[in-house]
Design a protein around this ligand. Structure first.
Ligand code: AMP
Length: 224
């Protein structure tokens, strides 16, 4: 079955590290029957496997630096081609700079979907970002995030699947600050890029997770 352009949406999630892109992309994808494609998760899985890709990207991730464009763009575009019979794709963590945004547009313009339908920018103030990142724990198995600031005893297992909880090595304070610097330098121009194309939807990333999900679902529904 081939899907008509109007049946299928290409959605980009933008926002600083800690803005809640991963959590929201997972929730929105489930609610809207879309595929969630996270470049960071794909890289982390490769590092866990210790394969060739993992070995190439490990040191960049540990430093909080961006993985080089030629590696990232190829990986994401390959995955885009494998899309299933869903209602669309949410790209979480990609594009992260202007070169990636332009490569994505070029690749899409050659296929049936033409362009990004909506870029959802989840906005959160910087002090809140740092607070969230330094108290973030993730399930090693299903990636569900938990918030833990050290005040309430030991961290237990994942409530969803029983998996072990861990803190991302790149959530250490020094690396968090580096990732924020990279974000302001390289990724903020991507917000302007989509704004100029009339595809940007800014969503307030504060408050309850469910409320933020509802705002994003509405923004995607309102697009074209
Ligand atoms: P994330 O889970 O999105 O915070 O990504 C974690 C790390 O993976 C980043 O700090 C980068 O090292 C790498 N990464 C993820 N997405 C990209 C991307 N689009 N371009 C370059 N590096 C990326």
């Amino acid at each position: 079955m081939s899907l008509a352009k109007t049946d299928f949406k290409i959605v980009v999630f933008l926002g600083a590290p800690g803005a809640g892109k991963g959590t929201q992309a997972a929730g929105v994808a489930q609610e809207m029957h879309m595929t969630h494609l996270s470049s960071g998760d794909l890289f982390r899985q490769a590092v866990e496997r210790g394969d060739e890709l993992g070995m190439k990207v490990k040191s960049f991730m540990e430093r909080g630096a961006l993985v080089p464009d030629e590696i990232t763009i190829q990986m994401v575009l390959e995955r885009l081609e494998q899309r299933g019979e869903q209602r669309g794709i949410i790209l979480d963590g990609f594009p992260r700079n202007l070169a990636q945004a332009e490569s994505l547009d070029k690749a899409l313009s050659a296929g049936p979907y033409e362009n990004v339908d909506v870029a959802v920018y989840i906005s959160v103030e910087q002090p809140e970002l740092i607070k969230r990142l330094s108290s973030r724990w993730l399930c090693r198995q299903c990636q569900t995030p938990y918030n833990y600031d050290g005040s309430k005893g030991a961290v237990s297992a994942c409530a969803k699947c029983g998996g072990e909880l861990y803190q991302r090595p790149d959530d250490a304070m020094e690396t968090v600050l580096k990732r924020l610097e990279v974000y302001f330098r390289d990724t903020v121009p991507v917000i302007e890029y989509y704004k100029q194309r009339g595809t940007l939807a800014e969503v307030d990333g504060g408050g309850d997770v469910e409320d933020i999900t509802a705002r994003i679902v509405k923004a995607i529904g309102d697009s074209k």
